[in-house]
Ligand binder design. Structure first.
Ligand code: GTP
Ligand code: MG
Length: 358
């Protein structure tokens, strides 16, 4: 699962990254960031720890969120700014979900275009940039298709279908209504999936500051925000950089109960609607991330594409049943393992073993 931080330059993305990731990157205040930092944030899960204790496996692999910290979106209106913005956005399309970082703190350490922070205006601005980037892509493709459907080419039928879907999307993007409200069937959805429209991906708002976000934050936008959470990233990054033995006192002083990494992961799981399932054995105990509602074949595909292709059945049981039985042998003796077919919806905390015919 690839999660990209997104926001204006100086909104605190790298500070959030450093608060959350294991290995902080060097940041010089005021220096222009040009590369995207990438790190996997481990998903701590006591349920998986308990499974590990049963198997003592050779390998133990928690789930991970791949976190991207790209450069900020250039705010300017020159051709160069526009070009840089387009290039950056096209790279960011490959992410699965976004955490939109808003500057809600005061600091003189970074050249910001405005003296005062205006997080609400920034949010609107970034979302509008994303929607208009989507619009350009949809319109460019639609224009090509409008030409090609003039003639009866080999791809006439597909082109016509794709154009119909794109026209629906364009109307919605232009009206500023959420693209997710354009009711698309599975086939229609497939036609446009390759464009990776931002407006069809999950977004969360991270209010970077010491105060709580005002009520109504993130509402009424053409891209719906699936969650809003606040983090004092400056403080959290300071905490993450401390010696582990100094942290508890600091956390107590500032009333912090949970590490920034844990909270970030929790908010992303809840907002995006992510679930974990586990695979267990003497070789490896491992957690995998899926979307709520994903079926057994999709889960199999996370492990290996061959497992999805050759899918026969999935052996499934809730992890609680294994913990209660104490061993696989006892669980089997109790008849605690179910056989499920392709369309079984995998539940959070399920232990799954795929039987494959390949
Ligand atoms: N006081 C305070 N300062 C912060 C906070 N978050 C970031 N800063 C400061 O704001 C400046 C910019 O933060 P960065 O994390 O580099 O921002 P960025 O979004 O990564 O910037 P670009 O990579 O250039 O887009 C730095 O001087 C940070 O120390 C915060 O929560 N509180
Ligand atoms: Mg940065």
């Amino acid at each position: 699962m690839r999660i990209a931080l997104i926001g204006l330059a100086g909104s605190g993305k790298t500070t959030v990254f450093n608060a959350v990731a294991d290995d902080p990157v060097d940041t010089t205040p005021g220096a222009l960031q040009t590369e995207t930092h990438v790190q996997v944030v481990k998903v701590r899960d006591p349920r998986l720890d308990a499974c590990r204790d049963i198997f003592n496996p050779k390998k133990f692999t928690p789930a991970g969120l791949e976190l991207w910290d790209p450069p900020g979106l250039p705010e300017g209106t020159t051709e160069g700014d526009k070009e840089r913005r387009t290039r950056l956005l096209s790279k960011l399309r490959d992410a699965d979900a976004y955490v939109l970082v808003l500057r809600a703190f005061r600091s003189d350490a970074y050249p910001y275009l405005r003296a005062d922070a205006d997080p609400k205006a920034d949010l609107t601005r970034v979302v509008e940039d994303l929607v208009s980037a989507d619009f350009v892509i949809a319109e460019t493709r639609a224009e090509k298709l409008r030409q090609s459907v003039q003639k009866k080419t080999r791809t006439f039928e597909q082109d016509k279908q794709e154009l119909t879907v794109l026209e629906k999307c364009l109307a919605s993007l232009e009206a500023g209504t959420p693209l997710s409200q354009v009711g698309l069937g599975d086939a229609e959805d497939k036609r446009i999936r390759g464009f990776q429209f931002f407006a069809r991906k999950p977004f969360l708002v991270l209010w970077n500051g010491a105060d709580e976000p005002p009520a109504g934050m993130g509402e009424g936008l053409p891209i719906p925000m699936q969650g809003v959470f606040a983090m004092d990233a400056g403080l959290e990054a300071e905490l993450a950089a401390m010696d582990p033995e100094d942290r508890p006192a600091f956390m107590e002083e500032f009333g912090i109960e949970e590490s920034a990494a844990e909270r970030f992961v929790r908010e992303v799981y809840a907002g995006v609607g992510l679930r974990s399932f586990f695979t267990v054995g003497d070789d490896e105990v491992r957690a995998w991330t899926i979307n709520a509602g994903d079926d057994a074949v999709t889960a199999a595909g996370k492990i290996h594409t061959d497992l999805a292709k050759g899918f026969v059945r999935a052996e499934v049981f809730p992890h609680e049943d294994l913990l209660e039985a104490g061993s696989m042998r006892d669980l089997k003796a109790k008849g605690g393992i179910r056989l499920e077919s392709k369309d079984y919806v995998v539940q959070d905390g399920d232990i799954v073993h795929i039987r494959s015919g390949l």
